[in-house]
Design a protein around this ligand. Structure first.
Ligand SMILES: Nc1ncnc2[nH]cnc12
Ligand SMILES: [Zn+2]
Length: 332
């Protein structure tokens, strides 16, 4: 029986499947530098985060209209539902689109009109706008001001892209405004960057969850702090393998993180690029790291605990997880 899951770390643009890239290129008459689908697929081999980001940003050229963003979002919701996802908090790199001349309102309208219909697909959802860390902090602040002026229905803000070229303090004004505006705050940290980036995300940006955070394991004092404060970490196992954060899935620290008492969740990150949606991430980690019903139960409960939902929805999600775990244990 499929685990009822919460997905807290998925970039909508990372759900842009190769077939959809070609279809949108045709619809929008965008010239692509690929001969065909096989040629495009042959580029999906990465040596690090930046080599992935280069392709990921380039492929966004096919996303031009609100309809494109709507279709992308709906396709994700349907795929997520098939993967067992009951609640999804999706990331959107608004600046990657406004930087290409697409108005923020066009992008956000397309995504939010699709998310508003999540219930028809059997799940709940929320939108987290992720600031791009390779751009100046002032751009993040301006983007947030524009989204607030548009009254965009946001759940929160995040921070992504390369961790290596800027300091968290650059983004403090945007994060301060986000928190003052009642938005939730998260940030990618400790993926390619050192444990200190996780500390900075906590101390400077005051994040409620850390995206990835796997390199926190290099710092025992930080692990103890994250466990004590029950700061959720949205871990993305297949992403970590494809971007060479770990050598193989067998080397992934997920089990060690659980054993250390960290509030770990499993997520897909950019599933169209990394070989699988949430169900595939769960299947492969369970098999490779030999996770049993108790560990899977903990992962499912952690997702419910870490979600930005109200008490009623948290109780519903929790009840689904409890019922699923009972069936799982009864079957064993
Ligand atoms: N894994 C990742 N790390 C940082 N930024 C990203 N943007 C999309 N995927 C990302
Ligand atoms: Zn990510």
């Amino acid at each position: 029986m499929q685990m009822p899951a919460v997905e807290l770390h998925v970039h909508l643009e990372g759900t842009l499947e190769p077939e959809m890239i070609l279809a949108l290129a045709e619809r929008n008459r965008v010239e692509l530098p690929y001969a065909d689908l096989d040629d495009l697929r042959s580029r999906y081999s990465f040596v690090d985060l930046q080599s992935f980001l280069d392709l990921y940003y380039a492929n966004m050229a096919v996303l031009r209209t609100a309809e494109d963003f709507h279709d992308l979002t709906t396709a994700y919701l349907l795929r997520a539902r098939d993967a067992g996802v009951r609640h999804a908090e999706v990331f959107l790199d608004v600046q990657a689109h406004t930087g290409r001349g697409i108005p923020a309102a066009e992008v956000v309208d397309g995504v939010t009109s699709a998310l508003a219909r999540s219930g028809e697909h059997g799940l709940t959802s929320g939108l987290i706008v992720t600031f791009l860390r390779h751009l100046p902090g002032a751009d993040a602040l301006a983007t947030l001001r524009e989204l607030l002026a548009l009254d965009a229905p946001l759940l929160g803000v995040g921070l992504c892209s390369t961790e290596l070229t800027s300091h968290a303090s650059e983004f403090a004004p945007a994060f301060d405004l986000a928190r003052a505006s009642g938005l939730h705050v998260v940030a990618h940290a400790g993926e390619e960057g050192p444990p200190q980036n996780v500390v900075d995300a906590l101390d400077i940006l005051h994040v409620e969850r850390v995206d990835h955070g796997v390199r926190a394991m290099e710092d025992p004092a930080l692990v103890a702090r994250l466990a004590r404060d029950r700061v959720p970490l949205t871990v993305c196992p297949l992403s970590n393998v494809r971007l060479r954060v770990v050598d193989t899935l067998a080397d992934h620290p997920l089990r060690a993180m659980l054993d250390a008492g960290l509030v770990v969740t499993v997520n897909s990150d950019d599933p169209a690029y990394f070989g699988g949606y949430l169900d595939e991430n769960l299947r492969q980690v369970a098999q490779t790291l030999d996770l049993g019903p108790d560990e899977l139960h903990t992962l499912a409960r952690n997702g419910v605990e870490a979600a930005f939902v109200d008490d009623a929805r948290r109780a519903e999600l929790g009840a689904e997880v409890t019922a699923w775990h009972r069936t799982l244990v009864a079957r064993d």
